[in-house]
Every structure is written in structure tokens, then in C-alpha cells.
Design a protein around this ligand. Sequence first.
Ligand SMILES: Cc1ncc(COP(=O)(O)O)c(C=O)c1O
Length: 415
Amino acid sequence: MTAATFDFTPLWPAGLPAAAAKWTGLAKFSFVGGNNDPEQVPVEGLIDAVNAVLKREGKTLATYGLASGPQGYLRLRQFLSAKLKRDAGIACTADEILIVSGSLQALDLVNATLLARGDTVIVERDTYQGALNRLTRLGINTIGIPLDGDGMRMDILADTLADLRRRSITPKYIYTIPTVQNPTGTIMPEARRVELLGLAGQYGVPIFEDDCYADLIWDGHRPPALYAMSKSGNVIHIGSFSKSIAPALRVGFIVAPWAALSRMLALKTDAGSGALEQMVLAEYCAPHFEEHVPSLTRGLRAKLDTLMDALNAQFGTSAEFEAPKGGIFLWLKLPDNVDTLKLYQAALAAGVAINPGPEWSTDKAYAGSRLRLCFASPSHEQIREGIAILAEVCRKEFGVPARIANVETRARTSD
Ligand SMILES: Cc1ncc(COP(=O)(O)O)c(C=O)c1O
């Protein structure tokens, strides 16, 4: 490393986010992030796909956007158009799809198209940290709607929209993760989707539907996407290959009416998302996606069982949770005296990384004793060991669980 002498500090413009922390590696027992199961990445299939597609079409890499134009590799958009029709009931052509660099870029493009500082948006109270952080940074007034076992509560949404109207505020969008919600794992049933669309229509608010986890449902059945059910075209739909194939590929997509999509395309100034990833995905997914996903979800379901067993054994009744209907996360409630921001620090020092609830919620007090655990990336063994360590740390810090693995232990009192 060179000796750094130039001082950049006076040059930072106002509003620059705080500096990123240096990466120091994953924790030994990592339950954080949206990482997937390393054993389930279809490596051999991807190798075959990369060979086949490069031999056939490698020379198209000479052109920005391949030979497909700025919306992304045409064969991938054609795959998505057929898949979205089959799985989510969405009737869209390849021209209504924009391939992006992970659905995080989709969040940025939708926000850049619709939001200005001071705007109001509605989200689920417990929701994706990446969405919340973006809204905070943009100076958006974010209102969280509580969830129940069927997702966002429509009675509270109706009251909130009515209250905002009395104050002459029209939210810019309602952001929802209706199909395997992050972090709660709920799936909004079709009837509630009808209600949501009804309220959105009544108040003239578009819906921003994030279907990132929709492929990972234990029984494989999902309700139609809000995008498919909307009669007025007031839904923007985003999805990703991060959860079904691999997050490091950084390939996601936006489906939207052209009037909105064309504005997002104008803001996508990166000259196209990585082409090789798109080519490999199209080549692999067309023949293999349908057999890959059930095998992936079977593995994830087994890991969820291991996690729930470990929590029951180590935390007993101190850990409350509903089994998610799919996905890679368990949203967990510990007794009220547990501060999961503090637990996070202490657990990390013991080699266990967890996501503290307040970072995943608009209601920091409600989420103060909650946490999110990703069960996809640790092995079964790491899940068992990591949860045992977490319980031990939690007992030392907060006196719960009072018993560990059915052995009574003395709770820490003063130190
Ligand atoms: C709800 C939700 N949306 C979007 C993303 C971003 O995913 P990616 O950019 O990898 O597609 C995530 C990642 O965990 C997520 O949980």
C-alpha cells in the first residue's frame, strides 16, 4: 500500500454516506445477509452453460449490450417472459423487461424515477434493510404498516391512506414483498392482494412489488403476482436470480409498463449489466431452472428444520417464531429484555453473526428484541453449533434462556 498523504476530506460533498467498513471476512457462524447455500449453486451446469454460450455467441461480447440492445440479453428476457407467465401469471413481452445488476439496482432505478426528497412512501413495518436504507438516504418519509401471518395488514393500510389523504399527502408508492416476505416469510394470499390493489387504485398510489424470494416456496404454489392482477398497470415488479441461482452473479430484472420502464432505462447509465452472467443464466436456466428450484427448496427446508430444532433445544420457549413459508430467513422474537443490537455485538465477538431486528424495521422499539437469521448459507452443523453459542451469549448478557439445552444454568446477575 502507498503512503496516503492527500487529504480528500474537504472535497466530500454534503450528504455523502458514512465511510464503508473494511471487509474482515465472514463470521465463523454466519446467519446474516441474503446469502445462499454454497452446496446448491449448480456449478457443473453453469460450467456447461458458459462453454456452450461462449462458443456459440462469444463474439457478440465485442458490442455493448451484445446484440440485444440496452435492456439486456434477449434470450434471458425471453426466458423471464415465459417463466413469469408460467409462475406468476404475468403476461409481458421481452420488451417490458429490463435486466439490471441485481434487484438492488432495480430499487435504485425505481427510486430515482419516482422519488424526491420529502416524499412519502409506504412499506411493510418489518422489511428489507436495503430498501429502508435507500429511503433514509434519499430523505423520504417512510411509513411502516404492520404485518400478520398473511403479510401487510389491509385495515391499517386503509387507515393510513385515509389519514394521509386528510393531510393532502399521496404516497409515491406502496413497497411490498408479498411472496415470501423479508424478514417475516409470509405470503400474501390472493384475496388480500385484491384488497391491496383496491386500496392502491382508490388512492391513486402505485405498488412496488419486490418478488425476490418468490421462487423459494416450500410447496411451490404461489398466488399470482400483483403485477398480473392489476387492471390499471399501476404495479412495478422486480425480481432476481440471486436467491434461485446465486447472489454474486448480480442479475435482477424490472417488469414495468413502457411509460415507466423507459424512464428507468434512461437512468441506467452503466452501458448495460454484466453480459457474461446474463448469457450463462439464459443458457443454464432455459433447460434447468424448473428442476433446479425444487431441489434447492428441499435443501433450504431441511436447513430451516435444523434451525428450528436448534432454537427449540437451546432457547426453549424464549424464542418465538412462525415457520416461514419459504425463503432463507427466520424472523425471531426473544424476551423483551433482550436488546438484539447488543446481542449482535456480543455474538459477533463469539464468532456468530446475526441481523438485529431494528435494522429490518421502521419500528425500532417493536423490533428491539427481534432478529433475523439466514439459514441458507451455514451448514447443518454450523447451524447447530452457532445457535448453541448464540444461546450461551444471550444467557450471559440477558439471563435468557434461563436453561440451555434443558440444563438449568444460573443467569448472570451483575457483571
Ligand atoms: C427483498 C429484497 N429485495 C432485493 C434484494 C436485493 O437482491 P439482489 O440485488 O441480489 O437481487 C434483496 C436481497 O437480499 C432482498 O431481500
